[in-house]
Design a protein around this ligand. Structure first.
Ligand code: SF4
Length: 446
């Protein structure tokens, strides 16, 4: 990374998996708002479905997810019943409208549930909403919980996209984050998954963890490449112990410096590109024949709550505690508390607790930010045209600063990230995002 870019690394940037982010949701959105929106969608509207399974067997200290360590399986069984009720609720609200193009199971740990329960959930989706063979079924897996025959059984249920949480293979790093899983264990999982005929396997890797050094991370990346996943997501660990008390278990003194974080990200980038992967957006990598890479070539890449995706659907329905739906400018998030979620779902209601009605202005900004993150460039004219004068001046000044440092090129209406500046895509997005500028009076802009 260029030396003049390093000053931007200390700025914590949002992940921009939605815009505005869930931090800006409030209690003004109700289940009735969501039902009204669902009643207006087209019969053939593509739907992207998400199912949140919040249970884990053990706590990873770096975790930022809405999850609970659960030792009583009966509680997970109750949660599955609540999910069934919620799916039935949405089936009634949709009344035959919408066609699911994908179902993604995330968590927590989806494979905390047994395969027959995952099958029950899919059967409920098929019965209440409809599911065709062409829909992509994806699941996030904890390799430590993958049981014998699970890969085969999941493939038989129709899952074609598997994602394994790898993070780091070094035992010292694993101990410091309370997630011990040997290379041999992950290798055996990969072998099972491949034997089940799965040709879309993704790994999650984390940099910025305690005790990571270039030598250790080099070894991790070598091992990642040796297992030949079809996609790799390389995320930066965000240490926020004030907001996430579980992260207080992590020894801050052992965390890498900002400069080291940047070097670790660059190392992962270099190893993956050398191994033949294509960079997708700013932190995903895929083999050239993978669906995500093809979406990248063809300009179809999108960003949603799961990160980068080739799913064309813009209407999202989330099931489970904390899951978020997005329908025609409306964000609606379910109760985060698992007990509160389950109680409401059992009563036969959609357990929406908060959300946001996106304004026209926010829709313009969302589109520009998505373009920046997916394609590393965007047309800035609409962003500037609709901005309050003070904000337009601020945006221009911030972009000029980024241009002077060589992070972007600004030609006519288009700003483009410079070669090698992909890691700063979210920093550039912050320059046009009024929510990232606390001093800007944004409420007036609609
Ligand atoms: S398995 Fe995933 S969701 Fe569960 S604690 Fe670890 S990081 Fe968090």
């Amino acid at each position: 990374m260029e030396d003049s870019w390093r000053k931007y690394l200390s700025k914590r940037a949002p992940r921009y998996t939605s815009y505005p982010s869930a931090l800006h949701f409030d209690g003004s959105v109700t289940t009735a708002d969501l039902v009204e929106k669902l009643g207006e969608i087209d019969v053939y509207e593509p739907l992207s479905l998400y199912v949140h399974v919040p249970f884990c067997r053990q706590l990873c200290w770096y975790c930022g997810c809405n999850m609970r360590v659960e030792n009583y399986y009966a509680r997970a069984r109750d949660y599955v019943s609540a999910l069934m009720n919620e799916i039935a609720f949405y089936g009634r609200a949709l009344g035959g409208r919408g066609r699911p193009t994908s179902v993604h199971f995330g968590g927590g740990t989806p494979n905390y549930l047994l395969c027959n329960e995952l099958g029950e959930i899919l059967t409920a989706v098929e019965r209440e909403i409809g599911l065709t063979d062409s829909a992509n079924l994806a699941i996030e897996l904890d390799p430590r919980l993958l049981r014998e025959n699970d890969a085969d059984n999941l493939a038989s249920l129709g899952f074609t996209r598997f994602s394994l949480g790898v993070q780091d293979f070094d035992p010292v790093v694993q101990k410091a984050i309370n997630r011990l899983q040997s290379f041999e264990l992950v290798e055996a999982c990969v072998s099972d998954i491949r034997a089940a005929g799965v040709d879309d396997l993704s790994f999650d890797v984390l940099y910025g963890l305690p005790h990571q050094t270039l030598r250790r991370f080099e070894d991790t990346m070598e091992k990642v490449v040796s297992l030949s996943p079809d996609r790799v997501s390389v995320f930066g660990y965000a240490h926020l112990p004030g907001a996430l008390p579980r992260q207080r278990m992590i020894d801050e003194a052992a965390l890498p410096s900002e400069a080291m974080r940047s070097d670790l990200a660059a190392l992962a980038d270099e190893r993956l590109i050398d191994a033949g992967y294509l960079r997708i957006g700013f932190d995903h990598y895929a083999k050239p024949d993978n669906a995500l890479a093809k979406a990248g070539f063809e300009g179809r890449l999108k960003r949603n709550f799961q990160g980068f995706t080739d799913d064309a659907a813009t209407t999202l329905i989330g099931f489970g505690a904390s899951a978020i739906s997005f329908v025609d400018g409306l964000y609606a998030q379910n109760e985060k508390d698992i007990g509160a979620y389950a109680a409401r779902a059992r009563n036969g209601e959609a357990p929406v607790s908060r959300g946001l009605h996106r304004t026209k202005r926010e829709t313009v900004l969302a589109s520009a930010i998505s373009d920046l993150l997916c394609n590393l460039k965007t047309n800035i004219s609409l962003v500037l045209r609709g901005a309050p004068p003070a904000d337009a001046i601020r945006i221009c000044s911030a972009l000029e600063g980024l241009e002077a440092d060589g992070v972007i090129q600004w030609r006519g209406d288009t700003i483009t990230l410079a070669d090698g500046a992909h890691a700063l895509a979210r920093t550039v997005a912050m320059a046009i995002d009024p929510y990232a500028q606390p001093q800007v009076e944004y409420a007036a802009a609609v």
